[in-house]
Structure formats: C-alpha cells, structure tokens
Design a protein around this ligand. Structure first.
Ligand SMILES: Cc1cc2nc3c(=O)[nH]c(=O)nc-3n(C[C@H](O)[C@H](O)[C@H](O)COP(=O)(O)OP(=O)(O)OC[C@H]3O[C@@H](n4cnc5c(N)ncnc54)[C@H](O)[C@@H]3O)c2cc1C
Length: 483
C-alpha cells in the first residue's frame, strides 16, 4: 500500500501537467499510466501526426518549386526511415516528460488503475504485481480512444485506427478514410502528398461540419480536390471484403451502393472517453450518457476529492485544453481559488492549408444576438505569403459592431497554427479590432494580415480595396494589391 497526497491517473498532456504543477505547489504525487508517459498526444496523436505532416509538406514543396527556379530531381521517400525519425522526435519528448516528472519528485507507476473505493485505487502493474494507492485527492486524466464502427473492427492490418495509420512502415497504394473529421483529413492529406490514392468517405453533407468556419473549410476542400483526393459526402460505409491482396469498401450514398477499392482502411469517426474501465460507477463518480465524466469549473467531479481533466472531461478534446485543466485542478487541490474561466479555446486543423480558429463564427455570433462586422484579409495580398509561395487562404475577424470587440478569428492558410495565438490573446484580453490594428506588426510577416483584417473589420484595410458593404465576404485576390 502506498499513501500520497494526490494520485494522477493518466500521464497525457492533462495528467503529466497536473502532476508537475501539483509537485511544484508542494504536493506528494504519484502518477499512474497503463501505456506510456505523454499519453495519446505525444505517442500516437499530435506529435507523430505533425512530424509526418511536416515531412509531407517538405516533400510537396520540393516537388513544386520550379516557379522559384528550383528543380529538385530524384526526390525519394524512405518511409521506414521517416518513421524512425518520427519515433526519435516522440522519444525526445516523452523522455523529457519522464525527466520532468522525476525531477519534480513525482513517482511514476506503470500499470492499469481501477478504483477500489473512493479513497483507494488498485493498480495492476505491468510486471504482474498489484499495488494499492491511498490518496487524499485523485485526478482522473485517462483520455480517450478511437471509436469503432460496425463492420470495420480494428484489426491493425486492413482496418486501422489513427494509431496504426501513423505507424505504417510502407506506403499503401490506396487508402480509404472513413470519417472526414480533422484526424481523417490530416492523415489522409499527408498520405496523398506521398502519392497515395486517398478517398474520404464522410457520412454528413460536408467536411468538418460544426467544427470549423465553412468558408475556411471550402479552401481546404478545393485544395483536396485539386490534389486528386476523392471526397464522398452523404456516404455511409457499410462493410468491406478482402479479395486477394485488395480490399473493397462497400458504401451507400443516398441508398445507392458503390464500391471503393483500397489497400488500407482508416476509420476516424471520433473518439470515446476511457471511463469504462475505472470502476467509476462503483465509487459513484457521475458520467454522462456518452461516457464523459461530469466536472465543474474547478474540474471537481460530484465526489469532491476526485477531479477529472482532459478528454475524459468532455469537449473540446484537445491537448492544450487538457493541460490548462491540469493546471487549474492542481491549483484548486493546492488550496487556490482557481476556475477554468477561459474566454475561448483555440483549435487548429493541420490540413493543407491549415485551419485555425478561436471564438465565435459569424453564425454563432449572430445567433447570440450580436450585430457583427466581418473583416477579412487574403493571403494573396500579403508580401510574406507570396515570398513563401503559399498564398491560398485568408484571415477573418468577427467583431461586435457596437464596440469593435473581437468575437472570433478564423484563419485558413499557411502557418495558421502559428498565427492564431495573437487572436486568442486578443479574445482573452477583451481586445478590440482597433487594438490589433494599432499594434505595429513587423514587415514582411504573415501576422500583418491580422492587423489588416482588424482594419478591414473597421472598414479601412490599407492593402485591399474597401467595399461599401460593412459585412463583407472573401475579398478576391484580383481586388488586392501586395507590397
Ligand atoms: C491522430 C491524433 C492527432 C491529434 N492531434 C492533435 C493536435 O494537433 N492538437 C491537439 O490539441 N490535440 C490533438 N489530438 C488530441 C489530443 O491527443 C488529446 O486531446 C490529448 O491527448 C488529451 O490528453 P489527455 O491527457 O486528456 O489524455 P491522453 O493523452 O489520452 O492520455 C491519457 C492517458 O491515460 C492512460 N490511461 C487510460 N486509462 C487508464 C487506466 N485505467 N489506468 C492507467 N492509465 C490509464 C492512457 O494510457 C494515456 O496515456 C490528436 C489526437 C489524435 C488521435
């Protein structure tokens, strides 16, 4: 039996951040994980996917730089070597987290945890032994796992989850992606760049519906089409069969059946919380009907000494949201009066081009009763974007007409992921379009577009022709001038 102040279950970006913060605040901490330090994000999510996306991006640029005067002949892909490099990135980060846990005095146990009572946790250790931990507080940070659909059980051979799709050491010729959400599109896009024939099978009427600004999604959808990715909408995957070395996916579009040939099938239809193997009902921790643990703004469950953070505690299932909740709950456990009181959580989709957003969309703002102004600035009118040969996309800023307060920012384009934090800060600080517009942005850089979009929201961007209509749609590149 081990006794501690706090036991954190799960060492992902929620759990390990909570553990480090707790230790920094003077608590004795034990962290338990049944698989790995770093959780899904570092081992089979954010980091490995972005490593492969970056490699695909380099490869793609290499092949399309003739206009710049660069002709790179004979570029080849050694996918096995790329996987080794990707693994080295993952190891560097997971090793770093393990060191940070150790350095901060957290004890790490490799094993699977289950509540025995509200005060005790039973750990089935990796080495076969069983350990009991008694703690004053528990933090549940057990994350989520991919959802399976009928007829497509994950077999790691033919039907893959995102985890296996990021671990292949050989490129398939054809990949069928079931689910046009962000994970499916990110993985499908990088495989396409390596020459894989990709078909996306999406059950709803659009890609990323309800997830991203649809004007932004249209830019990505057009690029996917241009690259030859087949996107089938209103398409339901029914079953698949194996014929020889090949797979055939049977789909139904408005009742009409079609067959899609493939070598691998990737199923990315969402993720479900890991709340079913923890003995939660036995100790009375409330979960909702989808399996998420209900937690309040201090991340406290209905059992006051048990906290829940990250994917297990609900949407948005994003690493930075998990980490923020980890810090808040550590502060609360340490006696501070902290609450999860953020104005908005930014989200990034690493497609080509990237989509990044924070705050309300125009429709959401209108539905909330705001009289809005929309400022927009195209990449095509930004000098830096042109010098990088990446001029697809735009920045859109939604403001409250009454006082110019920034309500939401939506970016589609190169490096959108690295542009969105200024917008998140603006929302968090209660900035107006004027605040952004009057901040000097260095030239020539992509963030100048943020300044210009803010100016446009007030009706007078310098490098695009102002339109008389305050609530504008995408300005065409033809009506712009670059500098
Ligand atoms: C392919 C992919 C790409 C992604 N890309 C991004 C991205 O770019 N940006 C982003 O913000 N998010 C991304 N995500 C989502 C992100 O990975 C998750 O939101 C994040 O990992 C959630 O963190 P967490 O700490 O809640 O849980 P997790 O990271 O899931 O960690 C939970 C940990 O708990 C452990 N565990 C579970 N049950 C038990 C148990 N009973 N006992 C002991 N240990 C247990 C697991 O082994 C795991 O290590 C991506 C996800 C995927 C799959």
């Amino acid at each position: 039996m081990k006794q501690t102040d706090v036991c954190v279950i799960g060492a992902g970006p929620g759990g390990y951040v909570a553990a480090i913060k707790l230790a920094q605040l003077g608590k004795k901490v034990i962290v338990v994980d049944r698989e790995y330090v770093g959780g899904v994000c570092l081992n089979c999510g954010c980091i490995p996917s972005k490593a492969l996306i970056s490699a695909a991006g380099f490869y793609d640029k290499m092949q399309h730089s003739e206009e710049m005067g660069l002709s790179i002949k004979g570029a080849t892909v050694d996918f096995k070597k790329m996987q080794t490099w990707k693994e080295s990135v993952v190891s560097k980060l997971t090793g770093g987290v393990a060191q940070l846990l150790k350095g901060n005095g957290c004890e790490y146990l490799a094993g699977s945890a289950k509540f025995k009572s509200p005060q005790e946790l039973e750990i089935k250790m990796m080495d076969g032994k069983t350990e009991t931990i008694k703690a004053t507080n528990f933090v549940i940070a057990t994350g989520s796992r991919p959802i399976e659909i009928p007829g497509f059980a994950f077999d790691k051979q033919n039907v893959l989850s995102s985890t296996e799709a990021l671990e292949l050491d050989k490129l398939p010729k054809r990949l069928a992606v079931i689910g046009g959400g962000y994970i499916g599109l990110e993985i499908g896009s990088f495989y396409q760049k390596f020459g894989v024939d990709v078909t996306v099978i999406e059950a709803t009427a659009g890609l990323l519906l309800g997830v991203a600004d649809q004007d932004c999604v249209q830019v990505v959808a057009r690029k996917l089409k241009k690259r030859g990715v087949k996107v089938l909408l209103n398409a339901k995957a029914v079953s698949y069969k194996k014929t020889g070395d090949s797979l055939v996916v049977k789909i139904s579009i408005n009742g009409a059946e079609q067959e899609i040939p493939a070598d691998k099938i990737l199923v990315t239809v969402g993720r479900r919380p890991n709340s079913d193997q923890l003995g939660l009902s036995e100790v009375g921790v409330k979960i909702d009907k989808r399996g998420f643990i209900e937690a309040d703004k201090q991340l406290r469950t209905n059992i006051p000494h048990i906290f829940a953070i990250g994917d297990i505690a609900g949407q948005p299932m994003l690493a930075h949201k998990a980490s923020k909740e980890g810090i808040i709950c550590a502060e609360v456990i340490s006696g501070k009066n902290s609450v999860m009181d953020v104005k908005a959580i930014p989200a990034v989709i690493f497609t080509d081009p990237e989509i990044a957003s924070v705050g309300l969309t125009a429709d959401e703002a209108k539905a909330k009763g705001f009289d809005i102004s929309i400022g927009q600035f195209p990449y095509g009118a930004n000098g830096r974007a042109l010098t990088m040969m990446d001029s697809d996309g735009f920045i859109k800023i939604i403001t409250d007409k009454k006082n110019n307060l920034v309500l939401g920012v939506h970016i589609v384009g190169y490096e959108a992921s690295n542009l969105i934090s200024e917008a998140a800060l603006a929302l968090e600080m209660g900035a107006t379009a004027e605040d952004i517009a009057s901040t000097i942005h260095p030239h020539p850089t992509l963030p100048e577009m943020m300044m210009e979009a803010a100016e446009s929201a007030m009706g007078h961007a310098i490098h695009i022709m102002a339109k008389p209509e305050r609530e504008r749609r995408t300005p065409s590149a033809a009506s712009t001038s670059s500098h």
